[in-house]
Design a protein around this ligand. Structure first.
Ligand code: F6P
Length: 553
């Protein structure tokens, strides 16, 4: 599978490929992007690639041909391509849960065969998609009515993590393609304020709740779903019989869905080979499908599939997710970068980075390798960012002149979405001028000589100097369409995959979230009056005592 055996893989940082990269990093030293561009006039066009509709420019990275060659050697030695092929084949590469990892099957065309345990899963995927489409059409046309016979005008998705972030992000991203007559909201937080604000101005008779939970055991979701059911029945003054017209479920757990009181005829299923954070193109996307319609949802899936095929078949040097994954390794492991900014220059992508946080940090926030041995190298970065240009007036100062190296992805679109008010279309050039200006400033900075030439007083020169040399990727697409959104998400899914493969970690489990869940369950009884707190650690005991005092308990 790879040139390294299982034992040596755990010692990634002692491999010749790793050592060669370390040596190369020392040789490059503080080489400035200004020098790299001067040395190669073609650099601005040479270091670009096309993946579907995405133009990806990596010229402003602290890399040379040699860096890229060495990174590709590392990918080859760590068996990235072999693990990728195993994933696409449906092998159980999620080793700690003994599961296949097949989000790619969710967007596969009907004629593709993907087997798990000898069974082709693609027909089931399309059967669920058809059921979702039929239901979405009924809601959108008004044929599906609530308990009192009124048509549905509000859709509230209740879910958390992967059962919330994907559809919530994509609904924002594709608002321009959505039915503007529908109100679509997302509730995730167990803080009652979330549900309160989502339903307080809604007519229950016109409201459909979509309960999204892969396991259907997640405490936040089940608590909010129960509260939503109570709210609905109180508002309607109806009995349990009203639930069937106002609640549907998206889950892998039929038994729990039935136990909650939702008719399993109104359940849209998926499978254990779909990870929560990779599930938004499964039934978990139902709220989005209702908002944008089945045809556009299919365009989104086709966009995902386009990027899957690119990742699966493009040669290494032209493979966008591979390149982006390797660049992240270059900075995280050889420049000690701790974080990675994703900065979309589209207001519609306001939730995109939050979505990527789960995708990347839940996948690659690991410190033992696939054999369970501790890793001696940095794994997943802190992912953060908000849409441009807002960040420019907030935290970009630190990226430009702070002491930290923060590689960043800039994502922009040539055209604004179609339904922008005509007077606002003109603002797009200004948005994009900022988009291009920022990566320019980050890369090339401003030298003391240039500052002095402007007549700046000598004592201010250091303050007004920009060192530059801050690496960025620019991703430019024609327009934010459903297909382009699918391509972008799949690009990042596979980038995360590449990094996990090189680091030899299981990117598909998330045991780290379990302890907090267990402790919260144990702590809840301690918050009530008179409860025994003796078993708690001294810090938590004191905090709980303070809380109870404030609550008069
Ligand atoms: O707690 C983490 C997690 O398991 C995520 O991976 C998942 O997306 C989220 O909880 C929600 O899980 P479920 O869809 O089962 O409610």
């Amino acid at each position: 599978m790879s040139e390294m055996n299982a034992d040596s893989r755990t010692r990634l940082d002692r491999t010749p490929q790793w050592n060669a990269l370390g040596k190369h990093r020392e040789e490059l030293g503080q080489t400035h992007l200004r020098e790299l561009f001067e040395a190669d006039p073609e650099r601005g066009t040479k270091y670009t690639l096309a993946a579907g509709d995405l133009h990806i420019d990596y010229a402003k990275h602290l890399v040379t041909d040699e860096t890229l060659a060495l990174l590709h050697e590392l990918a080859a030695a760590t068996g990235v391509a072999a693990l990728r092929d195993a994933m696409f084949r449906g092998e159980k590469i999620n080793i700690t849960e003994d599961r296949a990892v097949l989000h790619t099957a969710l967007r596969a065309p009907e004629n593709v065969v993907v087997k798990v345990d000898g069974e082709d899963v693609v027909p089931e995927v399309h059967a669920v998609l058809r059921k979702m489409a039929a239901f979405s059409d009924r809601v959108r046309s008004g044929e599906w009515t609530g308990h009192t016979g009124k048509r549905i005008r509000n859709v509230v998705n209740i879910g958390i993590g992967g059962s919330d972030l994907g559809p919530a992000m994509a609904y924002e991203a594709l608002r321009a393609f959505s039915d503007r007559g529908l109100t679509v909201r997302f509730v995730s937080n167990v803080d009652g304020a979330d549900l309160h604000e989502a339903v307080r101005d809604l007519d229950a008779a016109e409201t459909l709740f979509i309960i999204a939970s892969k396991t259907f055991t997640t405490i936040e979701t089940i608590t909010n779903a129960t509260s939503a059911r109570n709210w609905l029945l109180t508002q309607l003054g109806a009995g349990e019989e009203a639930v069937a017209r106002h609640f549907v479920a998206l889950s892998t757990n039929e038994e729990k869905v039935a136990g909650f009181g939702i008719d399993t005829a109104n359940m849209f299923g998926f499978w254990d080979w779909v990870g929560g954070r990779y599930s938004f193109d499964s039934a978990i996307g139902l709220s989005l499908m209702i908002a944008i319609g089945p045809d556009r949802f299919r365009q989104l899936l086709d966009g995902f599939h386009l990027m899957d095929e690119h990742f699966r078949t493009a040669p290494p040097e032209e493979n966008a997710p591979l390149l982006m994954g390797l660049l992240g390794i270059w900075y995280g492991n050889f420049h000690d970068a701790q974080s990675h900014a994703v900065l979309p220059y589209s207001h519609y992508l306001s939730r995109f980075t939050a979505y990527l946080q789960q995708l990347d940090m839940e996948s690659n926030g690991k410190s033992v390798d696939r054999n369970g041995d501790p890793v001696d190298w940095q794994t997943g970065p802190v992912v953060w960012g908000t849409p441009g240009t807002n960040g420019q007036h907030a935290y970009y100062q630190l990226i430009h002149q702070g002491t930290k190296l923060i590689p960043a992805d800039f994502i922009g679109f040539a055209r604004p979405v179609d339904d922008l008010l005509p007077g606002l279309v003109a603002q797009h050039d200004l948005l994009m001028a900022n988009f291009f200006a920022q990566t320019q400033a980050l890369a090339f900075g401003k030298t003391p000589q240039e500052v002095r030439a402007e007549g700046v007083a000598e004592e201010l020169v250091p303050h007004k100097t920009f060192r530059g040399n801050h690496p960025t990727t620019t991703i430019l697409a024609p327009e934010l369409t459903p297909s382009v959104l699918g391509q972008l998400i799949a690009l990042y899914e596979h980038k995360v995959f590449v990094q996990g493969a090189v680091w030899n970690i299981d990117s598909f489990d998330q045991w780290g979230v379990e302890l907090g869940k267990v402790l919260a369950k144990r702590l809840e009884p301690a918050l009530v009056e008179g409860a025994d707190v003796a078993g708690l650690d001294p810090s938590t005991r004191a905090l709980v005592a303070r809380y109870r005092e404030l609550r008069g308990r």
